[in-house]
Design a protein around this ligand. Structure first.
Ligand code: LLP
Length: 423
């Protein structure tokens, strides 16, 4: 069941014509399907129903509070990487005891915020961070529950920018050193309680094997820790399951679930997962309007009103996003680059794409844009960020207003005239 698709020649998000949303909200606009969000959460829930588990949706993929609230209502926990994400999670009604805090560079104020809110655990990425959390917890007279993120040195065979579990990556602590750090934490860092082992090897992973390789390594560590008297209750497998953008065929969460359940049999742990992309990627599209078309001797261009500031993935990783006409036509086709108005040649949404030969004023839907779309958007070229809309059946709601020109300079100030330093 797909919640985005054509009915006749009109493209729909659930029961709402995308054209209707565009008419009311303008373009560019992100459109999310709440039924798809729920279905993805349920797919993970069903995959792990047989074992104790906690799904902690990874907020960085899409941090709109309406998206977070949809997951919180389903019982989801959250994976955060900043104080800002913790703030968002709490605004959306997240239960602190279902929050894990990941990331290589947590600041003191962020650690303090999370400790005061009583999150489930910190996924710690360096010995210095362990010491920092211990110091802050002592000052607050608290105990901080921690897991160490181990770097299992596994190649997830994905884009280098989103591989994270190799020795050359900045993430985690190598397995052998992690063991020493756990023992040090147990013996010397009085305000820490090691309760978990954590591992995240990368993103947009389309095979099961890298997960299983990583699991084999973390499982060994977990057993060793238990034999050292460290009471590990949680095994956090991170996120990373890929989605279909084009022709990729990633495993369904149920297949991933079978393999993980198999690999963790008898361990007696609660499994934690931090899926981001697979929860929201295919639950969102970016609708945009064609401004101009132009034909060159080498290339045709479709210039649209969405740009790399709205969806950075094609420019940043060369990612593929399918593009569909909001009003289907069976006429002529052209091969064109779909580009934005930004003054950089890297500003494109698609290259050499075969599309219906659209004209100025027609609208396009950039597919699979729910993950790392709006959340990575910026104001580059002083472009107000897009609106976000949540569709639910035949209804839709604006869940983030389009930014105004005034929003662009919010917080900016001129230097007071009289105080300028004289040269
Ligand atoms: N947990 C940790 C510790 C992570 O670093 C990430 C993603 C996730 C969970 C969620 O991974 P997912 O299930 O979404 O693969 N901007 C890139 C993706 C960056 C992923 C960063 N970490 C993109 O647009 O492809």
């Amino acid at each position: 069941m797909h919640f985005f698709g054509y009915r006749g020649s009109n493209f729909y998000a659930e029961g709402v014509p995308v054209q209707k949303i565009i008419k009311e909200c303008g373009t560019p606009v992100y459109i999310y399907s709440s039924k798809t969000l729920k279905r993805h959460y349920e797919a993970y829930g069903a995959a792990f129903a047989k074992v104790p588990h906690l799904i902690c949706y990874s907020i960085k993929a899409n941090s709109n509070i309406a998206v977070l609230k949809t997951f919180a209502n389903e019982g989801s926990g959250f994976d955060i990487v900043s104080g800002g994400e913790l703030f968002r999670a709490l605004k959306a009604g997240a239960e602190p005891k279902k929050i894990v805090f990941s990331g290589v560079g947590k600041r003191d104020d962020e650690i303090e915020f999370a400790l005061k809110k009583g999150i489930l655990m910190f996924n710690v990425e360096s010995p210095e961070e362990l010491a920092a959390i211990n110091r802050i917890a002592r000052r607050l007279r608290k105990k901080a529950a921690i897991a160490i993120r181990v770097n299992p040195d596994v190649d997830p065979k994905t884009h280098p920018y989103i591989s994270t579990g190799l020795k050359k990556n900045k993430f985690g602590i190598e397995t052998a050193q992690a063991l020493k750090e756990y023992i040090n934490a147990k013996n010397n860092l009085r305000n820490l309680t090691p309760i978990g082992v954590d591992c995240h090897i990368g993103s947009q992973i389309t095979k099961i094997e890298p997960f299983i390789d990583a699991l084999a390594k973390t499982r060994e560590l977990l057993k060793t820790l238990r034999s050292e008297g460290i009471d590990i209750q949680y095994l956090d497998m991170g996120g990373g399951l890929g989605i279909t953008y084009d022709t990729e065929a990633p495993p369904h969460p149920s297949k991933y679930g079978e393999a993980v359940i198999d690999g963790t049999r008898g361990l007696g742990v609660t499994l934690i997962f931090e899926p981001g992309r697979s929860m929201v990627g295919n639950a969102g599209i970016l609708a945009t309007k064609v401004l101009y078309t132009k034909k060159g001797s080498e290339k045709n261009f479709i210039i649209v009103d969405a740009a790399m500031n709205d969806l950075a993935r094609p420019s940043l990783y060369g990612s593929y996003h399918a593009i569909k006409a909001v009003k289907e036509s069976h006429g002529e086709e052209i091969t064109a680059d779909v580009v934005g108005p930004i003054c950089e040649s890297g500003d494109f949404l698609a290259k050499d794409r075969i599309l219906p030969s659209v004209k100025s004023g027609d609208c396009l839907a950039v597919m699979s844009a729910g993950a790392y779309g709006f959340s990575m958007s910026s104001n580059y070229n002083a472009r107000p960020r897009a609106a976000e809309v949540m569709v639910d059946g035949r209804e839709f709601h604006v869940v983030r207003e389009r930014e105004s020109l005034a929003d662009l300079i919010r917080g900016e100030r001129l230097v007071p005239e009289g105080r300028r330093r004289r040269k």
